[in-house]
Design a protein around this ligand. Structure first.
Ligand SMILES: Cc1cc2nc3c(=O)[nH]c(=O)nc-3n(C[C@H](O)[C@H](O)[C@H](O)COP(=O)(O)OP(=O)(O)OC[C@H]3O[C@@H](n4cnc5c(N)ncnc54)[C@H](O)[C@@H]3O)c2cc1C
Length: 353
């Protein structure tokens, strides 16, 4: 059983920053995330897009923001359970909570902070009868490691940025890339559409539009796909391939957290925003995109603010008899759990005092 002070569900920017604020109060954190890497939407959906509304950063790439947050929380040595979804919660007699993941990992803490964002991301899957049999055996819904596809035959389906960008990228890695889309027009960036067209002219990408994957074949692992070109089945094409990657987008779902007895409104968790972002269950907080209250804005900086107030309230719940006096980090410095110290220059401290 993993034990900690604050168990954070969701390692997006809000969950990560909560570790820093908790660390200043000497509270230890452990994070659970369904994705294999931290960063939430920033890493999963738009790592290379610049963000312009993080105070103090005129411009920062979403991926760099996550790297910086990871650096900032390093001294507080958070634990991570990645690639596992928080499934169930149980309240013990001593008032602590036990959260169990999809892989059966158990975590115990007096405080649970749900920073689940829009929920855990589930890939939109094509309606193909036998697709489940080929998952991890030739069918993939996300590309984690492009090297897996080196010198292999790959069929990608989809009409958005993901399908276009990965087709372009894999044209230099795979032995054969075929992009299949139901329509002749793509939804992705014009620049990417032009690049795909250019690679098609060079013979580096096969483009099949309009086309739709209607069948998967293979003994044990995927060996070929059936592509429908028109309403006439006689025109269907059989294409040999090692991988079929449908990139139809990710749909976020609140998932099992929706069944934890929390007050839910429009797929978000209701919290008390007049105080500390606590839910209707004392000891369980909801911060960042996952919560709702009058005037809620789904912005990273709002998640940071909510995480800060949540940590102060969590401290009072864990230590009801201790009086905490807030100090600026510029005065008190930052001392990591590993003993590392970032101290404010003495002159600054003297001037403030
Ligand atoms: C294209 C795009 C551009 C954006 N641009 C900006 C911008 O410029 N400025 C700005 O402020 N905001 C922007 N946003 C919004 C911003 O990304 C979100 O406000 C922010 O990511 C919310 O952070 P979070 O940590 O609350 O949630 P998320 O980033 O959504 O992270 C939540 C994490 O929780 C995990 N999770 C959920 N449920 C479970 C579970 N049951 N078990 C385990 N893990 C779970 C998810 O896997 C996810 O990793 C943008 C969003 C998008 C999509």
């Amino acid at each position: 059983m993993i034990q900690t002070d604050i168990l954070i569900i969701g390692a997006g920017p809000t969950g990560l920053f909560a570790v820093f604020e908790a660390g200043l109060l000497k509270l230890k954190c452990h994070l659970i995330d369904a994705l294999p890497q931290p960063g939430g939407q920033c890493t999963e959906l738009y790592p290379k897009k610049p963000i312009y509304d993080i105070p103090g950063f005129p411009e920062v790439l979403a991926g760099s923001l996550v790297d910086n947050l990871m650096e900032q929380i390093k001294p507080f040595q958070p634990g991570f359970t990645l690639g596992e979804r928080a499934e169930t919660i149980e309240k013990l007699e001593d008032g602590t909570f036990v959260v169990t993941t999809s892989k059966g990992t158990k975590h115990q803490a007096p405080i649970v902070a749900i920073a689940g964002g829009l929920g855990s991301f589930e890939p939109r899957k094509p309606q193909l009868e036998n697709i489940a049999a080929y998952e991890d055996n030739g069918v993939a819904y996300m590309i984690k490691d492009p090297e897996v596809y080196r010198d292999k035959k790959v069929v990608i389906a989809g009409g958005g940025d993901s399908a276009l960008d990965w087709s372009i990228f894999l044209s230099d890695v795979a032995s054969e890339v075929t992009l299949v889309h139901r329509r002749n027009e793509f939804r992705g960036a014009l620049d990417s559409v032009e690049k795909v067209q250019h690679l098609k002219d060079l013979g580096k990408i096969k483009l099949i539009t309009p086309g739709e994957i209607v069948g998967l074949q293979g003994i044990d692992t995927l060996e070929s796909v059936i592509i429908r070109k028109s309403t006439d089945a006689a025109e269907n094409i059989m294409l040999e391939t090692d991988y079929f990657i449908p990139l139809f987008g990710l749909s976020p779902k609140l998932g099992p957290i929706g069944d934890w007895g929390l007050e839910i409104e429009k797929n978000a968790i209701k919290v008390d925003n007049t105080l500390d972002y606590q839910t209707n269950i004392p000891g369980i907080y909801a911060i960042g995109d996952v919560n709702t209250y009058p005037g809620k804005l789904k912005l990273i900086l709002c998640g940071f603010h909510e995480a800060t107030l949540m940590c102060q309230s969590a401290y009072q719940r864990i230590f009801p008899d201790k009086k905490y006096v807030m100090k600026y980090t510029t005065v008190g410095g930052v001392t990591g759990f590993d003993g590392t110290k970032k101290e404010a220059p003495k002159a600054v401290v003297k001037a403030i005092n």
